[in-house]
Design a protein around this ligand. Sequence first.
Ligand SMILES: CC(C)(COP(=O)(O)OP(=O)(O)OC[C@H]1O[C@@H](n2cnc3c(N)ncnc32)[C@H](O)[C@@H]1OP(=O)(O)O)[C@@H](O)C(=O)NCCC(=O)NCCS
Length: 195
Amino acid sequence: MRTVRAVEARYRQRFRFVPIAGIGGRSQLAGKDTVLLRTASIADAGAITRLINVAFQVERFFVDGDRIRLEEVHARFETGSFIIAEDDGGLAGCIYVELHDDRAYLGLLSVAPERQRSGLGTLLTTAAEDFCRANGCRVVDLLIVNLRKELPGFYGRLGYVETGTAPFPVEVQTKQPCHFVRMSKVLDGNTARTG
Ligand SMILES: CC(C)(COP(=O)(O)OP(=O)(O)OC[C@H]1O[C@@H](n2cnc3c(N)ncnc32)[C@H](O)[C@@H]1OP(=O)(O)O)[C@@H](O)C(=O)NCCC(=O)NCCS
């Protein structure tokens, strides 16, 4: 079985990383693919909103409507940062990072449907973890909906383990009962606590 470190190394090797000032992020060059990773500015909010909503259409089987509104994306710029991946076609992926002392929250990971399964989701998560490390975080948490059966595998291969559950927001109407599963990763190799 491949280790988490091997999975991360594979992506780091596949894409040549060049540090960019400001985010501890990277630009990434791989063969004919050129992808730039950078922290987003408020000017990117519209494109980020569209990207998230098209990526999260995959959740229409249990919840209707858009995942997020522009005003909510604006609000996220007040509480955290978006790391975005761009290529010749424009915005290809994004991830939201919120820092809380030594713990961080990752959310809204979105890859444009036509770019999925090319390593971008893994790359964005790895870059977000680098950003968290650079800002003194030791543990990263994220939430997935229990109905999304493919996600534990995606995050599990990156080293995340299930550490708890949380209620789905009551104000969001769903087509079937669901809840959040929290997954956590300890960046320095200790054991994630469940509390
Ligand atoms: C989840 C998501 C971010 C993954 O991004 P991605 O760029 O497609 O992922 P990667 O290419 O890095 O995938 C790496 C591995 O994860 C697994 N994986 C990714 N998507 C998968 C899927 N839909 N089903 C099963 N396995 C999947 C595979 O093992 C894949 O490796 P492989 O392609 O070599 O088999 C993307 O599918 C997406 O934007 N989904 C909609 C939004 C969403 O669900 N976000 C997460 C909410 S917590």
